[in-house]
Ligand binder design. Structure first.
Ligand code: SAM
Length: 232
């Protein structure tokens, strides 16, 4: 069984007690249908090393939706990046954020190797790491500010990126939003909303109309994330 506590000091300072796998699975089962949908968005606001996010990513990558793309590395790569891009975490401790990113990356990469075999390439791997770098934020989920390596608030607000392939081609689009705008948007009544999807689940279609004013939009080939992103 995984250790639920690292040190007593960390429990006292940061309330750091990790959730056991059995509880994680049972809670994910409550929104099972969403965990198996590639582009359903999930946010864990005190993610630790990603116990919930790891389980959600596994379910997404092994879903029947992803199985359909097994014959085409191009389709599997794009949709698996979409799955990664749908998973968000915040933690105020940098070591937890790094562990969380590494853990999600190794889950994604293991599945990538299994499915795409000789077609695997390092460009897509770099793109996967880039998405995780942005989606797993070292921040304070109460003040909604990024934090420094001592877990102290900085002047930078938490920003989350919405990833999509709006034209269903090789170009991935990224829209940046501040975190508080997304949270506020969630509190507004929605036209089409499933009530069972509120806790970890953010939204299926956040948009400017629903309260989120985005900061900037970028696009680039999905294998070149972080290298040739252009502002749209
Ligand atoms: C109880 S642990 C839960 C970890 C993980 N969600 C799990 O269930 O295994 C709480 C985590 O929240 C982080 N944390 C505490 N206060 C926070 C805050 N204000 N903003 C972001 N993270 C915070 C701690 O560093 C710790 O990793």
């Amino acid at each position: 069984m995984e250790k639920q506590v690292k040190t007593k000091q960390r429990v006292a300072d940061h309330g750091e007690v990790f959730t056991a796998e059995r509880e994680v699975k049972a809670m994910c089962d409550l929104v099972n249908q969403e965990t198996e949908r590639v582009d359903s968005r999930f946010l864990e606001p005190a993610c630790g090393d990603g116990n919930f996010l790891a389980e959600i990513l596994k379910r997404k990558l092994q879903s029947s939706q992803m199985k359909r793309y097994k014959r085409s590395p191009y389709d599997w790569e794009r949709n698996s990046l979409l799955a990664l891009g749908s998973i968000y975490g915040v933690d105020m401790l940098i070591d937890n954020c790094i562990s969380c990113r590494e853990r999600l990356y190794s889950i994604w990469n293991a599945e990538y190797k299994k499915v795409c075999k000789k077609e695997c390439n390092d460009e897509t791997r770099t793109s996967a790491k880039f998405i995780l770098e942005l989606n797993i934020v070292c921040g304070n989920a109460l003040t909604l500010m990024c934090v420094d390596e001592s877990a102290q608030d900085s002047d930078e607000p938490i920003v989350f990126s919405e990833w999509s392939f709006p034209r269903n081609d090789a170009f991935i689009y990224r829209k940046d939003y501040t975190f508080d705008e997304l949270v506020n948007a969630e509190e507004k009544p929605k036209k089409k909303k499933n009530d069972s999807q509120i806790t970890l689940f953010i939204d299926d279609e956040p948009s400017v109309d629903e309260g989120g004013k985005f900061i900037q939009e970028y696009k680039c080939h999905y294998r070149l994330l972080g290298k040739s992103d252009k502002a749209v």
